[in-house]
Ligand binder design. Structure first.
Ligand SMILES: [Zn+2]
Length: 283
């Protein structure tokens, strides 16, 4: 598959992954991480299990080096890869989902089934999604703020710095794992910690670890909602979370909704062995 965003490793860029199928051990390991509440480590275990190699203009990564390369993979690519691995493992790329109509609230279901002996398939298909890609991630994400952020001293309120622009690296799977370890129960704080760790420059100046630990999270907390929306939109530009049009059968409203991938990756995991209800012998 072609990755939504390429991976940079030791100065080289890799844009393709050869996806294989997960074996039972990989499924068990991934399920175990997911059940422990480590969704990003689960994705890492899974991706290690389904990746046969990574390739790009400067060569191919195979064997023991794969795990390290996958840690450096931008999150959107890691998630896309995980979903491709799931489709490959299940031999099925159909994505069922539920979409609430914004006008009347009724649910539009994208599902597969049978009516009067006629099969229908309203699901979306992973391999058919039209995904925009970015081969070289090295330029990062550059944002000029509509509403500059003033960073003040906590005690005196004196303005230390006014941030007008910044550049961020594409947050990697490894940075997601670390940010989640720091803030396991707070999704918003986890996101800000993640963004902070990915910061590269502020107002054109390199952003070091001291600055990040003092102001990184606060900078994102203080950011105007409009600028935050711009950043999030930029990050979702190269992603399998594409938007599709749905039509409400009840009120005929046409609306756009991001594809419902929540269940897709999980669908092939944690399949507990079906319990065999043995007939109990006369008690
Ligand atoms: Zn409706």
């Amino acid at each position: 598959m072609k990755l939504p965003v390429g991976v940079e490793l030791d100065g080289s860029v890799y844009t393709e992954v050869k996806v294989g199928r997960a074996d039972s051990l990989v499924i068990a390991k991934t399920t175990e991480e997911a059940e422990r509440g480590n969704p990003y480590s689960a994705i890492l275990e899974w991706n290690v299990g389904i990746t046969e190699n990574l390739s790009g203009d400067s060569g191919t990564i195979e064997g023991a080096e794969i795990r390290r390369a996958l840690r450096f993979m931008p999150f959107e690519s890691a998630f896309a890869l995980a979903c491709y691995g799931m489709a490959e493992t299940k031999k099925d790329d159909s994505i069922s989902g539920e979409y609430a109509c914004p006008k009347c609230g009724s649910i539009v279901k994208a599902e597969r089934g049978e009516t009067d002996g006629i099969e229908f398939d309203d699901t979306d298909h992973l391999y058919a999604l039209d995904i925009e890609t970015l081969d070289d991630p090295r330029a990062g994400i550059a944002i000029t703020l509509e509403y500059p952020v003033e960073l003040k001293r906590r005690d005196s309120g004196e303005v230390i710095e006014t941030v007008e622009s910044f550049v961020m690296d594409w947050p990697t799977l490894d940075q997601c794992i670390r940010a989640h370890q720091k803030c396991p129960d707070a999704e918003m704080r986890m996101q800000f910690a993640l963004y902070s760790s990915a910061l590269r420059t502020i107002n054109g100046k390199p952003c070091d670890a001291t600055w990040k630990s003092a102001f990184g999270t606060r900078f994102f907390e203080k950011m105007d909602a409009e600028d935050m929306a711009t950043l999030n939109e930029e990050m979702k530009r190269y992603s399998i979370n594409v938007t599709r049009e749905r039509i409400c059968m009840k009120c005929k409203t046409h609306f756009d909704a991001p594809i419902d991938l929540n269940g897709f990756f999980a669908s092939g995991l944690s399949k507990k062995a079906p319990r065999r209800d043995r007939p109990s012998r006369g008690q």
